[in-house]
Design a binder for this molecule. Structure first.
Ligand code: AFP
Length: 328
């Protein structure tokens, strides 16, 4: 089934008849354009590091900016979006010429995992669709909505295959881009994350900065079948959230980017509005669970558009157990 047919069928059942479909198609189009740039690698002439630093304090690459611009151009053509929060902009971007009753806000990370581009690693784009408050004035406050209010979320994975994974609030579904036709085809309908899979994804080099419950949980996993878990665990870490979350959606396991004592002003590394919230919706719509270790991600009330939160996402039994470690 083609993405457009899937959206027409799905959106007809949702209360966004006729509007959500063109929005998701515009994001899919942005993904296709970014996929072309990523596939060209250095030949695209955009993998150079810029002198600029983004609001996150991270060095920017031309490809980050190009990906951001592609998203803005594609969203602008829909006339359905009031404004957007991007990892690459300190303040929200507001669209001119949009319909006064445009229904949506979009938060996006145009190129997540971009430090992997230098060695042709897997990268992705992440997006979250929120309702635009009616007649609301343009302000950051309009974006500060709990993740439970997301209308849709998804990512484009620029891997050996280019994939689009989305949820409209009725399951999580994966599409594969056919390079010949440039059409996203539904290849993995209604993904279901196994309740348990003995694999964790974490940047283990930061172990000394984790809180005690996280140190204990990972130590117990590493102790294997001789330890309290009585099970041998594997570890994977792609340093690209889209790649790690995609693996977990496909076979289970748990992704962890916990609170980090070294950078005390940050509750974690990952950003709530355009990384953790959309990934949490995808994971929970696939039968998994998304937590900070102490609370459900989707229930968090954002306070800043670039705020960071701890992220523990994946197989429900494992995330439940990690929450128990924190309660103890
Ligand atoms: P970059 O976009 O700077 O590569 O960061 C990627 C990321 O935000 C997320 O995609 C990864 O899961 C995480 O950071 C990797 O963090 P470490 O560099 O600590 O492994």
């Amino acid at each position: 089934m083609k993405l457009s047919d899937f959206l027409n069928q799905s959106c007809a059942n949702l209360n966004h008849a006729g509007q959500l479909s063109p929005l998701i198609l515009s994001i899919a189009d942005a993904g296709k354009q970014i996929a072309v740039l990523v596939a060209k690698g250095k030949l695209a002439g955009v993998t150079n590091k810029l002198d600029s630093i983004n609001v996150q304090g991270e060095a920017q690459m031309q490809l980050d900016i190009s990906s951001h611009d592609i998203f803005i151009d594609c969203l602008s053509t829909t006339k359905l979006v009031v404004g957007a929060v991007s990892e690459e902009l300190a303040s929200p971007y507001y669209f001119d010429g949009y319909a006064v009753d445009a229904p949506y806000l979009v938060c996006f990370d145009p190129l997540d995992g971009s430090s992997n581009v230098a060695f042709d690693g897997v990268v992705g784009s992440i997006f979250s669709v929120l309702p635009a408050p009616l007649n609301a004035e343009r302000s950051e406050a309009m974006f500060l909505q709990q993740g439970i209010h997301q209308i849709a979320a998804g990512y484009v994975l620029y891997g050996p295959a280019t994939m689009l994974v989305i949820t409209l609030g009725a399951g999580t579904h994966a599409f594969t881009l056919d390079p010949e036709t440039q059409v996203f085809e539904l290849t993995h309908p209604d993904l279901q994350i196994p309740a348990h899979y003995p694999e964790f994804a974490i940047n283990a080099s930061r172990q000394r900065f984790w809180e005690a419950p996280m140190q204990q949980y990972i130590a117990d996993c590493i102790a294997g079948e001789e330890g309290v878990r009585q099970c041998n665990f594997n570890m994977r870490w792609m340093a690209s959230m889209v790649a790690d979350i995609h693996r977990i959606l496909m076979r289970g396991g748990v992704f962890l980017y916990p609170k980090d004592r070294q950078v005390t002003d940050r509750a974690g590394r990952l950003r709530l509005l355009y990384e953790v919230n959309p990934m949490s919706m995808l994971i929970e719509q696939a039968g998994g669970k998304a937590s900070t270790g102490r609370a459900s991600v989707l229930g968090l009330q954002p306070t800043q558009i670039h705020q960071r939160v701890p992220a523990i996402l994946g197989s429900i039994q494992e995330v439940d157990l990690i929450e128990q470690y924190h309660q103890r």
